[in-house]
Design a protein around this ligand. Structure first.
Ligand code: SAH
Length: 396
């Protein structure tokens, strides 16, 4: 068996690890035996020498991200079995064999006990996003593992870690195909068609986390004038049009996203002017739009808070856009409003929306609390993993 560098914790600091919390902070460490570099595998021990867990060494105050709580050799067999477990979870919830939904998340970070790794599936293409040096270093092995566990379904793997790696680590890496070369593809989500470009698209190409919320929007869309604000490539818009919305307007500040939104609307048969897509800034668009024009609005902004330091600024941002939507929405209208900032907790987001309702001077009722779908599982011991929060609001 390989021997790994050892991290010895201070007395009493083992209890979060014994509860399977997947992170170790540098303040909990008494000493390190060996000289682990960023990305190396390390084993963690209690101060009295008991093995606790194994993980990847990190450079900053978050010193280790843990992926195993039983002592074992970390080899190809180990990683393949982790990927197999993730595959089985998606199989059990009907995603791997679905003929109606061919895009889903296969690996969700701590939610799949693979901290630092995201894998999204688009038909026969898997897109890997590593957030740690440890995961990025083994990307080729992971790519082979994904193909191996996929029952012949995955034939291409693209590594799209560059953006995440430059934000989360000091490493500059380039994106590339690890296996195959299926750059563009068309997927189905609940029977709706979407074109995905993994290479040029934002994140891994599509926002898979809104799948179930899009279905819910469809239930409210018949006969409605819908504004899909921060619409990206038109996910919510296609569902609303399919459900019989009178008007569906998609707005996003990204011209390539809007071009793809238009394409996706057409691909599903929605070509008329009532399905128009606009390149515009959210705030400017809502400031100048006519009051009462829309009776169903989706607000799904990018993560306003990237870290704790930017949380207050983010809350102001949420308040501003929600106040605009709430003040302009038709009486009796419904607002789907979201935050995907990990550091903004659900209650804090609800408070920002409450402040917005006060600003708008509207009576508002919550009819649903929304989150992310089951292919984005949340580790109970790392609840920050529940990053997507949403409210469905009835505006009197
Ligand atoms: N609702 C989308 C995902 C939205 S992601 C879906 O279901 O697929 C957030 C989007 O906000 C991105 O497409 C980004 O281009 C857009 N965006 C960022 N800043 C913006 C702004 N100031 N005004 C309008 N759109 C913006």
């Amino acid at each position: 068996m390989n021997t790994y560098p050892q991290i010895i914790l201070k007395p009493g600091k083992e209890s979060p690890v014994l509860r399977f919390h997947p992170w170790i902070f540098s303040g909990a460490i008494q000493k390190t035996i060996g000289k682990p570099a960023e990305g190396d595998i390390v084993e963690c021990y209690s101060s009295d020498g008991k093995y606790l867990a194994t993980g990847h060494c990190m450079p900053g105050s978050l010193a280790v991200k843990l992926f195993a709580f039983g002592q074992q050799e970390i080899n190809k067999k180990f990683w393949f079995s982790k990927l197999k477990q993730a595959w089985q979870v998606r199989k059990a919830i009907g995603l791997t064999d679905s003929t109606q939904t061919t895009a889903y998340r296969l690996v969700h970070n701590e939610g799949d006990s693979l901290p630092g790794l995201i894998v999204d599936i688009y038909g026969s293409l898997a897109v890997i996003q590593a957030h740690t040096t440890g995961m990025h270093d083994i990307r080729m092995l992971l790519a082979e593992g994904i193909v191996t566990v996929s029952e012949g379904k995955i034939t291409s793997v693209y590594d799209k870690s560059a953006e995440a790696m430059s934000k989360m680590t000091q490493r500059i890496v380039t994106n590339s195909f690890l296996i195959g070369d299926a750059e563009e593809c068309e997927v189905l989500e609940n029977g709706h068609r979407f074109r995905i470009n993994a290479v040029t698209g934002q994140k891994t190409g599509f926002f898979l986390d809104q799948r179930e919320n899009r279905e819910l929007l469809a239930k409210h869309s018949n006969g409605k004038n819908v504004l899909n604000m921060f619409g990206y490539t038109g996910g919510f818009s296609v569902y609303a049009a399919a459900a019989g919305a009178k008007i569906v307007h998609t707005v996003d500040s990204s011209a390539p996203a809007i071009a793809l939104a238009e394409e996706n609307m057409k691909l599903n048969g929605y070509k008329a002017a009532k399905y128009a897509c606009f390149v515009a800034d959210a705030r400017k668009y809502m400031e100048t739009m006519e009051s009462g024009k829309y009776d169903l609005i989706v607000l799904d902004p990018p993560a306003y808070a990237k870290n704790v330091a930017s949380r207050n600024q983010a809350l102001k941002g949420y308040r501003t856009i929600n106040a605009l939507a709430l003040s302009k929405i038709k009486s009796g209208g419904i607002l789907f409003t979201f935050s995907c900032s990990q550091v903004v907790e659900r209650q804090t987001f609800t408070s920002a929306v409450t402040a917005a309702a006060v600003d708008a001077g509207r009576q508002v009722r919550i009819i649903r609390h929304l989150s992310q779908p089951p292919d984005h599982p949340v580790n109970l011991f790392h609840q920050e993993g529940e990053y997507l929060k949403g409210l469905v609001l009835l505006v009197d």
